[in-house]
Design a protein around this ligand. Structure first.
Ligand code: ATP
Ligand code: MG
Length: 247
């Protein structure tokens, strides 16, 4: 199974530096944008009994594509006419403000510390129906803030105020932030870069999420190469595998 290949390769320097950005906004008819749309549809179908109100994206290690995938999925979701709030729940290496080119003067941390109101932290974006909450200034104690009652209440309020709340979370293995948040959302999606993620790391992250009874909806294979999956002609974003299909 490609997910568990032991021979790993390095993330290529070019894409780490330049990335793929917000391709669903910049080039909505591209094959890659189409793949994000397929991912969105598959996520919706992964929970047919209950409409998802909140989902969190994480991965085992840093720089595996959590922000890229979650931010682009947020755009495709909002394009369907649903009101989406994308929250930067990564209080250590936040990027949502950069990707959407909005101010990060106030955001999640400001609200949690009582320095900004609920209304103040929800910012509109250039995408219709899509709102973002940036990280706010980096606090000294992210895990403590994210584990607070105030965070729990905020998530409930945001779910009420939107059709879907998407959390761009930190990696699951280094700190407890993702775990703490995963327990409070309807579904969790793991981003796994094919051939880059370590098998043991992915297993450890999955276990950490299961410990807090997170509802793991599935896995998104990132950086799937053309040769391996001839069906995916954008090259990069691979399949989305619902949790029930995993062996
Ligand atoms: N499929 C891809 N093809 C090319 N570049 C990619 C792909 N996925 C991610 N990248 C690039 O890799 C870099 C890291 O991606 P991203 O910021 O989404 O990862 P992350 O998991 O959110 O990282 P962090 O752990 O810092 O939050 C970015 O420059 C991004 O544009
Ligand atoms: Mg990120």
């Amino acid at each position: 199974m490609p997910l568990f290949k032991s021979k790993t390769k390095k993330l290529d320097k070019y894409s780490l530096k330049h990335g793929v950005g917000l391709i669903t906004y910049d080039d909505p008819t591209s094959a890659t944008s189409e793949q994000f749309n397929t991912i969105r549809i598959n996520i919706q179908f992964s929970s047919v009994d209950k409409k998802l109100k909140s989902i969190l994206f994480t991965s085992s290690a840093p720089s595996e594509g959590k922000s890229t995938v979650s931010n682009n999925v947020a755009v495709t979701w909002a394009n369907q006419g649903e009101k989406v709030i994308l929250m930067d729940a990564d209080l250590r290496r936040p990027t949502v403000h950069k990707i959407f080119n909005v101010s990060n003067r106030v955001g999640l941390s400001s609200y949690l510390l009582g320095n900004a109101s609920f209304e103040e932290i929800i910012q509109p974006t250039m995408v219709n129906n899509l709102f973002v909450i940036t990280s706010g200034p980096i606090p000294p104690n992210p895990s403590e803030l994210l584990g607070s009652m105030r965070t729990k209440d905020l998530l409930t309020r945001l779910e009420d105020k939107s059709d879907l709340l998407i959390l761009d979370a930190p990696p699951a293995n280094s700190v407890t932030d993702a775990q703490v948040l995963a327990a409070q959302v309807d579904g969790v999606i793991m981003v796994v870069p094919q051939g880059i993620a370590e098998k043991a790391g992915v297993a450890h992250a999955k276990q950490a999420l299961e410990t807090v009874h997170a509802n793991i909806l599935g896995v998104i294979m990132n950086r799937v190469t053309k040769e391996k999956y001839s069906g995916y002609y954008g090259g990069y974003y691979g399949g989305y595998y619902g949790a029930e299909k995993k062996k």
